[in-house]
Structure formats: structure tokens, C-alpha cells
Design a protein around this ligand. Structure first.
Ligand SMILES: C[S@@+](CC[C@H](N)C(=O)[O-])C[C@H]1O[C@@H](n2cnc3c(N)ncnc32)[C@H](O)[C@@H]1O
Length: 240
């Protein structure tokens, strides 16, 4: 199915999910995705979640807090988190996981030496979920419905303090608007193609309520949050 349908998630493939893509093309796509993240204030929801977690008693003060970013791509979110932690004198251990080997290579090259972040190449479901906090950004819409539920279970099993999903809201306005904007800003051709497809593959709040329920979470255990512009996020803070 191609195009946009408000009533269901699209199954159209994204160009960046093709394993045959070469390094320069993949890296170019990630660089422009990072531009999109910055221009659309995409780090704000994730940093807001960490800030909220930091203010709770759960945040350990006597050791580094392990934060894993799944589908980390260019690693720009983890670099933002490294700056956020440094500004607050917090010790963090940062790990980026991405199934495409070009992601680790591009992310490592874009990361200053004094910013120690470990980059791993693996499919998320081949990694054991062992972290204090699991985050992801623009990742879950790459998965089919069953794998989104599996991913929620995976995070639930391994994220000791909580987890946060930062993704998109399925919206026709965003689908149409992104085509115009990404063309005007002369974004990478993959971003111009995959951006609208991503909005069509993305979620409504009800989808997330269903996924979290299917994953065995109690009603209200995870909070679905709408962020402007067109982000739909899911926050799970663990009770201790
Ligand atoms: C749209 S990019 C998002 C990159 C970055 N998080 C951002 O916000 O710009 C999605 C990333 O998820 C990765 N990915 C897709 N499926 C994956 C899987 N099963 N396990 C790990 N990474 C995956 C892709 O390789 C890609 O780098």
C-alpha cells in the first residue's frame, strides 16, 4: 500500500531500510535527519523525559546511569544527552544500537573523542535489554505492529528505571507538509521520500494504548504524549 491513510498504518518501505544502501548515501540521509530533528525540536521530548526522571528519587547518584538508544542512527540524540548530562554533572553510560553498520561508523565519526559513547551494530531483538533507561527516536515506525509490541515487552524487561519512545503522529497535514518543506530545504532524496512514508507508517494515540496493553502493561502505566510538531511519544516511568 502506498500513500496516506489516516485509519491505518502504511506498510510502505523506507529507502533507508534497504540493506544494499552504500555508506555515503546512508550517512547523507542521517545527516539530514539530524537537521530535521534540530529544526523540529525533536530532542525536547526525550530530554524532558530524562529531566523528569532525574528529579525523581529513582535516579542513582552513586553510579553512572546506563542509557541505551535503539535505532540511534547518526547518534545525535545521544550527543544531546551527553551535553545535557555534562551540564548537570551527571554520570551517564551511553550506548547506541543500530542494525545498519553504517550508523555506528557515521555516528562514531561525528562524535568528539571526549564524548565517550559506545556504538553497537545489532538488531535490537538480538541484544539483551539491559539498561537503566531505554530510549528511541523515529525508530518504532520502522517496525510492524507485532514487533512494536515485542519492542515494548523488550523495553519493559530490561529498562530498570523506565523507557521513552519518541516517534511521529500519523497526520495528513504532516505527510503533505513534509513533502513541501523537505523539497524547499533541499533535503537528501532519502529524507524527502522516507519522511512522508514515516508519517504514513506512524501512530495515533490509540495504537500505543493497544500496543502497551498487548505487551501486558496496566492501563495508565505508560503515558502517551503529543508534542508539537507532530511527535507522538510514550513515557514509562517505573515505580520502585
Ligand atoms: C529513521 S532512523 C532514526 C535515527 C535516529 N534515531 C534519529 O532520530 O534520527 C531509524 C534507524 O533505526 C534503525 N533500525 C531499524 N530497524 C532496526 C532494528 N530492528 N534494530 C536496530 N535498529 C534498527 C535504522 O537502521 C535507522 O538507522
Amino acid at each position: 500500500m502506498t500513500g496516506f491513510d489516516a485509519t491505518r498504518r502504511s506498510a510502505e518501505r523506507e529507502l533507508m531500510d534497504d540493506d544494499a544502501v552504500d555508506f555515503e548515501t546512508f550517512r547523507g540521509c542521517l545527516v539530514d535527519l539530524a537537521r530535521v530533528n534540530r529544526l523540529s525540536l525533536g530532542y525536547r521530548p526525550t530530554l524532558g523525559f530524562l529531566e523528569r526522571l532525574r528529579r525523581t528519587r529513582q535516579w542513582p547518584r552513586d553510579r553512572a546511569v546506563k542509557i541505551m538508544d535503539v535505532g540511534c542512527g547518526y547518534g545525535d540524540t545521544l550527543r544531546e544527552i551527553a551535553r545535557w548530562a555534562k551540564a548537570r554533572d551527571l554520570r551517564v553510560e551511553l550506548i547506541g544500537v543500530d542494525r545498519n553498520p553504517w550508523a555506528a561508523r557515521a555516528a562514531a565519526a561525528a562524535t568528539p573523542d571526549k564524548m565517550p559513547i559506545a556504538w553497537r551494530t545489532a538488531d535490537v531483538f538480538d541484544v539483551s535489554p539491559d539498561a537503566d533507561v531505554v530510549i528511541s527516536a523515529l525508530f518504532t515506525h520502522h517496525l510492524g505492529d507485532e514487533d512494536v509490541v515485542r519492542f515494548v515487552r523488550w523495553m519493559e524487561a530490561g529498562a530498570a528505571l523506565g523507557w521513552f519512545v519518541n516517534d511521529l503522529r500519523r497526520s495528513r497535514v504532516a505527510y503533505d507538509g513534509f513533502k513541501v518543506l523537505s523539497g524547499a530545504l533541499r533535503m537528501h532524496r532519502f529524507v524527502r521520500h522516507d519522511g512522508p512514508v514515516s508519517f504514513a507508517r506512524s501512530f495515533r494515540a490509540d495504537d500505543w494504548r493497544r500496543y502497551t496493553q498487548l505487551a501486558g502493561l496496566a492501563a495508565g502505566a505508560a503515558e502517551v504524549q503529543s508534542w508539537t510538531p507532530f511527535r507522538l511519544c510514550v513515557a514509562r516511568l517505573r515505580e520502585r
